[in-house]
Design a protein around this ligand. Structure first.
Ligand code: UDX
Ligand code: UDX
Length: 468
């Protein structure tokens, strides 16, 4: 039996440890966090995060071999293996502000581990970190005159919110990086053995530490790049009467390209993509690779452009003024099946519409509470309405910003009847059936497709071809 500890009970630490506890019943898994209210929520029936399937796994393991605690000192002292999944936000101050990872929590955690440890421990980087962070961590951990008591292993997470449990239970691959030294190899083997409980050996990849750290940044950069690539093409489709869904299908059927992550949208969000690319850009700049840095930075710029473009399409379609108009925003979460609003494009749109002095009504089945917190003072200018039908009532426009299936199930004929006319629908996720919406009376503006407008109304930017 091993004592496994995870520091950081967030979107990554919680689900990851719950699945490890489920799959490794002989190990004791403890998750600690400095925020007592988070730990209290993990111990309750109302878990602090929404993640499909998580409740069941936690219910099956909690207080059997999965425990949540705020007693960091005690559990560090008892642990054999310590996963660290504290947050590593983008630095907002000083050198590297806006780009580099803010490693203060990581460093504090490393010092904490050193302070409370007596014997040897394996410290596993779960948080996304800049390449070569392990080097700094090793120096902090191993400078207490305690010899080389710690081995640092990198085991980046690849789980996506909304599918985190499935991603953990059946991962495409598990990546484990360690030093090629006798103790590094032993530490790596200890982590391999955990995952080998349920992951086939060919899916457990071992590399050197720096490759593992860098692979995480690169995987997210490639995924985000695909979204920015198709979003760039969506802008061109809107000018040329091509249909981005048809283009994505035609392109994605090429086995070399593949069909996933080609959904044009209002933009990517979440706590990882932007942060990780900014981090990659900072690393490249640090090493003097200016062209490489610029190349990746463009992925983020394109994403920001897509959000701005969406709002400016709304403004120009709605007669160049939104002031005083009620607008229903369908979705606050950065993607469906999560309550997470970090870096959500929906909130970017929300802020821009408030700046246009629209009366914004925000609806989301799970994320309204987090949206309110993320918007801060701006929340005073937003109505939070859990029921999408009530949100749309009296509105001049609906904008679909998160691809929640429940938004696709509404009776839009009935919704249309309650709205101000002409009624507009901007589908930032290409979620709905645009032809039937048009039939119902809406002026429909998808992403990367010709708009479906009623006679006398024109496409944004005053395009020269008529609506079909
Ligand atoms: C975070 C990072 O954002 C991500 O880059 C990384 O890959 C994994 O960790 P996430 O789990 O989504 O992802 O973050 P969050 O939900 O904020 O959880 C981090 C937790 O760590 C918080 O609950 C926070 O209270 C806790 N924490 C932070 C500590 O316990 N100790 C600290 O010193 C700092
Ligand atoms: C991502 C990675 O997928 C995961 O491996 C990593 O561990 C953490 O970062 P996550 O951010 O949770 O996961 O969600 P993901 O499914 O990757 O979506 C990210 C954003 O891109 C969302 O806002 C999503 O709506 C958007 N997206 C995704 C698109 O706009 N179009 C697509 O085709 C795919």
């Amino acid at each position: 039996m091993a004592n496994i500890l995870c520091i950081g009970a967030g979107y990554v630490g919680g689900p990851t440890m719950a699945v490890i506890a489920q799959k490794c019943p002989e190990h004791r898994v403890v998750v600690v966090d400095i925020r007592p209210e988070r730990i209290a929520a993990w111990q309750s029936d109302q878990l602090p995060i929404y993640e499909p399937g998580l409740d069941e796994v936690v219910r099956a393991t909690r207080n059997k071999n999965l425990f949540f605690s705020t007693d960091v000192d005690r559990h560090v002292a008892e642990a054999d293996i310590i996963f660290v999944s504290v947050n590593t936000p983008t630095k907002s101050f000083g050198q590297g502000a806006g780009k580099a990872a803010d490693l203060q929590y990581w460093e504090q955690t490393a010092r904490h581990i050193r302070r409370c440890s007596l014997g040897h421990k394996i410290v596993v980087e779960k948080s996304t970190l800049p390449v070569r962070t392990a080097e700094a961590m090793e120096r902090i951990l191993n400078t207490a005159g305690n010899g080389h008591a710690f081995d640092v292993v990198s085991n980046p997470e690849f789980l996506a919110e909304g599918t985190a449990i499935r991603d953990m239970q059946a991962p495409d691959r598990v990546l484990i990086g360690a030093h090629d030294t006798p103790s590094g190899r032993r530490a790596m083997q200890a982590i391999v053995e955990i995952y080998a409980h349920w992951v086939p050996p060919e899916r457990i990849i071992t590399t050197n530490l720096w490759s593992a750290e860098l692979s995480k940044l690169v995987a997210n950069a490639f995924l985000a790049q695909r979204v920015s690539s198709i979003n760039a093409i969506s802008a061109l489709c809107e000018k040329t009467e091509a249909d981005v869904t048809e283009v994505a299908r035609a392109v994605g059927l090429d086995g070399r390209i593949g069909s996933r992550f080609l959904n044009a949208s209002v933009g990517f969000g979440g706590s990882c993509f932007k942060k990780d690319i900014k981090n990659l850009v900072y690393l490249c700049e640090y090493y003097g690779l200016v062209e490489v840095a610029e190349y990746w930075d463009q992925v983020v710029k394109m994403n920001e452009y897509q959000g701005r473009r969406f709002v400016s399409n709304m403004v120009s379609a709605m007669f160049n003024t939104l002031a005083g108009k009620r607008i229903a925003l369908f979705g606050a979460a950065y993607k469906a099946h999560t309550d997470d609003t970090r870096d959500s494009p929906a909130l970017g749109v929300c802020r821009a519409l408030v700046a246009e002095r629209a009366q914004v009504v925000l609806t989301d089945p799970r994320a309204l509470e987090n949206a309110r917190a993320s918007l801060g003072a701006l929340a005073e200018n937003v109505v939070f309405e859990p029921d999408p039908i009530a949100a749309a009532c009296g509105a001049h426009a609906i904008a679909i910003l998160t691809e929640w299936p429940c938004f696709a199930e509404l009776d839009y004929q009935a919704v249309y009847a309650t709205m101000a006319k002409p009624a507009f629908l901007f589908d930032g996720r290409n979620l709905l059936d645009h032809r039937s919406l048009h039939h119902a009376g809406f002026n429909v503006y998808p992403i990367g497709k010709p708009p479906l407008v009623h006679v006398g109304e024109r496409r944004p930017g005053g395009g020269s071809f008529p609506a079909p």
